[in-house]
Design a binder for this molecule. Structure first.
Ligand code: PHE
Length: 361
C-alpha cells in the first residue's frame, strides 16, 4: 500500500514538475490549446497547411519542444517525453480530422463546379457526315433503284474466268494490259472492275436482267486521278433478243448524267471494250468551263465519265444465254465525286483528313 501511494505521489510529482517544466521551457507550448483551435478553425486546405508547418514542420513547435528533451534532467525525461507525445497525438488527431473534413469539402466543391448536365444540348460535338464517295455512290444507287434495277454484288477476290475470260478477254489478250492488278499465288486476283458481277448474276439467274453492281475494284495505278483501290458501279440490262437497243442505253445514260451533273451536254464516242460491241465512252460537257476549255478538261471542253456498250455475243455464250440482247455500262464513283465536289487530287479522298472531309458535310 505504502509503495503504491509512493508511486502515485511520484507520478503526480513528476507530472507537476513536468508541467512546470513545460510551461517554463516554452511560452509557445502554452498555446497548445490555441493551436488546436487554430487547426479546427482552418477553413481551407491552404490555411491548414500553414498550421501544419507551424506545428509539425522541421522548425515547428513540436520539433522545438522535442529538441529540449536532451536538456531535461534524467528522472524527468520520461514524463516530459510522455507529455510531449500525448500533446502531439492530440494535435495530430485534430489535424487529421480537420484535413479529412476540408478534403471532403474540396472534393464536393469540385464535383459541384464540374458537374455535367447531361440533359443539356452540346454545341461542341462534331457532326458526322457521309464520305463524299459513299454519298456519291448512294446517289447513283438511288437513281437506278428508282428505275427498278436490282442491286447485285460479288467477291472482290475474283478468279481469271469471271474477271477476264467470260468477259471475252482470253488469256494473253492484249486488252488485259488495260487492267493490270494484284494477283494471289493460287491464281486469284483482286477484281479490276465490277463487270465480273455481270457474269455471276447471269450464271445464277435467267433473263430478263436489270441490275447494277456497286463495289470496290483494284488496279496497279497511282497518280492524281488514279488510286490502287476505287469504286465502280456496273449496270446490265438483258432482254429477249431485239428488245434492247443502243438507243435505250443512250437515253437512260443521258438522263442519269443530267441527274448527277445538272444541265450538261452528253456525247457518245466510239471506243473498245472486249465485253461490249459496239462500245462507247461517254463524255459530258465540262462542268468547270461549260465546254469552253479549261485545265480540268485539258482544253477539250469535255469530261470522260463512263464506258458502255451492247453486250458482246461472246459474253452471252460464256454464261449460256441464247436469243437475248443487252447493254452494259460502268463508271468510276471517285471520278464522279471529284467532279461534283471539284476535288483536284483523287488520292485525298483516301487520306482520311478530317479537314478535307469536313467540307462535304
Ligand atoms: N468494266 C469497264 C471498265 O472497268 C467499264 C464498262 C463496263 C464498259 C460495262 C462497258 C460496259 O473500264
Amino acid at each position: 500500500m505504502a509503495g503504491r501511494i509512493d508511486l502515485l505521489l511520484k507520478r503526480i510529482g513528476i507530472s507537476i514538475v513536468c508541467r512546470a517544466l513545460l510551461c517554463g521551457c516554452s511560452d509557445k507550448w502554452s498555446e497548445m490549446k490555441n493551436l488546436k483551435e487554430k487547426i479546427i478553425q482552418a477553413d481551407s486546405l491552404e490555411g491548414l497547411e500553414k498550421v501544419r508547418i507551424e506545428l509539425f514542420g522541421k522548425k515547428g513547435l513540436l520539433a522545438v519542444e522535442f529538441a529540449k528533451l536532451k536538456d531535461v534532467p534524467g528522472p524527468e525525461k520520461k514524463a516530459f517525453a510522455e507529455e510531449l507525445n500525448e500533446n502531439k497525438t492530440v494535435l495530430q488527431t485534430a489535424f487529421d480530422t480537420q484535413y479529412q473534413i476540408l478534403k471532403a469539402k474540396e472534393i464536393e466543391n469540385i464535383l459541384q463546379s464540374e458537374a455535367i448536365d447531361v440533359s443539356l444540348y452540346s454545341t461542341l460535338s462534331a457532326k458526322g457526315a457521309l464520305h463524299p464517295v459513299t454519298e456519291t455512290m448512294d446517289r447513283i444507287i438511288d437513281y437506278f433503284v428508282a428505275l427498278n434495277f436490282a442491286v447485285e454484288s460479288g467477291p472482290v477476290i475474283e478468279d481469271d474466268f469471271h474477271n477476264f475470260e467470260a468477259l471475252n478477254l482470253p488469256k494473253c489478250h492484249p486488252a488485259r494490259d488495260m487492267q493490270d492488278t494484284f494477283y494471289f499465288n493460287d491464281g486469284g486476283l483482286l477484281r479490276t472492275h465490277t463487270s465480273p458481277v455481270q457474269i455471276r448474276t447471269m450464271m445464277a439467274t435467267k433473263p430478263p436482267i436489270r441490275m447494277i453492281a456497286p463495289g470496290a475494284v483494284f488496279r496497279r495505278d497511282y497518280d492524281l486521278t488514279h488510286t490502287p483501290m476505287f469504286h465502280q458501279v456496273e449496270g446490265l440490262v438483258v432482254e429477249e433478243k431485239g428488245k434492247v437497243s443502243f438507243a435505250n442505253l443512250k437515253s437512260i445514260l443521258i438522263d442519269f448524267l443530267r441527274y448527277m451533273f445538272g444541265d450538261v451536254k452528253v456525247r457518245f464516242r466510239p471506243s473498245f471494250f472486249p465485253f461490249t460491241e459496239p462500245s462507247a465512252e461517254v463524255d459530258i460537257s465540262c462542268i468547270f468551263c461549260e465546254g469552253k476549255g479549261c485545265r480540268v478538261c485539258s482544253g477539250t471542253g469535255w469530261l470522260e465519265v463512263l464506258g458502255c456498250g451492247i453486250v458482246d455475243p461472246n459474253v452471252f455464250k460464256a454464261v449460256g444465254y441464247e436469243d437475248v440482247s443487252g447493254y452494259a455500262f460502268g463508271l468510276g464513283v471517285e471520278r464522279f465525286a471529284m467532279l461534283i465536289h471539284k476535288i483536284p487530287d483523287l488520292r485525298s479522298l483516301f487520306e482520311g483528313d478530317i479537314r478535307l472531309l469536313e467540307q462535304f458535310r
